[in-house]
Ligand binder design. Sequence first.
Ligand code: ADP
Length: 476
Amino acid sequence: MQLDHFINGAPVPGDLVLERRNPSDTRELVARFPDAGADVVDAAVVAASAAQPAWAAASPEVRADLLEAIATTLFARSAALGELLAREEGKTRAEGTGEVLRAARIFRYFAGEAIRLHGRTLASTRPGVEVRTHHESLGVVGLITPWNFPIAIPAWKAAPALAFGNTVVMKPAETAPAMASALAGIIAECGAPAGVFNLVLGAGGAGAALAAHSGVDGISFTGSQATGQKVVQSTAARRARVQLEMGGKNPLVVLADADLDRAVAIALDGGFFQTGQRCTASSRVIVEDAIHDEFVARLAQRACALNVGHALDPATQVGPANSEAQLARNLDYVGIATGEGGRLVCGGQRLEREHPGWYMAPSLIADTDPAMRINCEEVFGPVVSTIRVHDYDAALSVANAGDFGLSAGIVTNQHDRARHFRRNVRAGMVMVNLPTAGVDYHVPFGGVRGSSHGPREQGFAAFEFYTTMKTVYEAG
Ligand code: ADP
């Protein structure tokens, strides 16, 4: 598959200098694609700027109809797109198809939001004066997206952007260009006017050029903390609006009263499903002393039994790492953790399969200390550590350590503990008796501290980033 940029309603070819291979079988070339330079990014921003006034002035019904058509098309093609997603990204076919359905539902949700956007009327303190607030589109938005949800994250940024009258330039991750390209094709096919949605393919430099472009009014970014920091610096210089999602080191607290089978199932899902490549993955499991050893033994037994293999094999439960670099990073962190005194209970090694791919055994490292690097830095792989604590207060304090604050979970049957945790844990999302990963598509998403910056994404909160507020005073 040869991919093009998509600018002003038409494909724009470039030198095919980049390629993406199937992480389940690296002999398979999934896509060849170009690397946008500043000139290509500029052409996309110019097209988006030209299209923006008419798109913002269009009836919300026009925008709702486009989003509804995109949703319908995604529903209809979920099987084929789910397979492409699995081939390109490495998550299982079921996970891939589920993600395409999520993207469809997101577009359908924001079709409704386009119509629902409303302001308020307030009483003025001055007789005869009326005061109202209006929400207007932000303008041209740049979307810089990661590879781990290669259609859901583009959807949850693009759908509200388009719903509220913005035009878009999207720069997807260089390890997931085919899904982004498929989405761009569907948006055009469903009738988006030229320039309303533009796609520039490429590596980090293309993202940097987009973030720095003076014609871009806002950047919504999901990726690493290091890149997020660069994006915020680049946008701050011209005071553009910015929204950053930068991952997590999400704690799952398991108290001694928990049903062990349930706690193990929750930790297994949050830690290892989708190869641990979720920013909400439970990578630190904090367990009360009384049940620690039994919990670790049972979790290790379940983790070892997970079937790691080709993403398209129906028997596979855990696909490969997304890339060679990600696999190397995962293995490095196992070495760092054991080097600092952690005990490798299971996994820790690369796996060989009949296809050459980036496979890794689900890995559990026990007896770690909260200050170890494995408990402070995001790994983004099937690598889970456990920390032993003597009571709930210690568990909460460990959960609150570190720089991140995306999702946090607790497994307990004690209502007062659950409520205390919900109120006192420093995280943007709290899960009681649920995995830290796995969120609804119609509610706000985001974290605190080093995990997130700017207004919340998704659900009823999404309009805050993608609109500006105007307060209107009117005398008769
Ligand atoms: P990850 O570690 O998850 O791959 P990155 O932060 O490296 O996260 O990448 C997330 C997105 O940011 C990708 O689309 C990537 O190409 C893009 N990107 C990388 N470097 C930069 C940069 N300096 N400025 C803007 N975007 C960038």
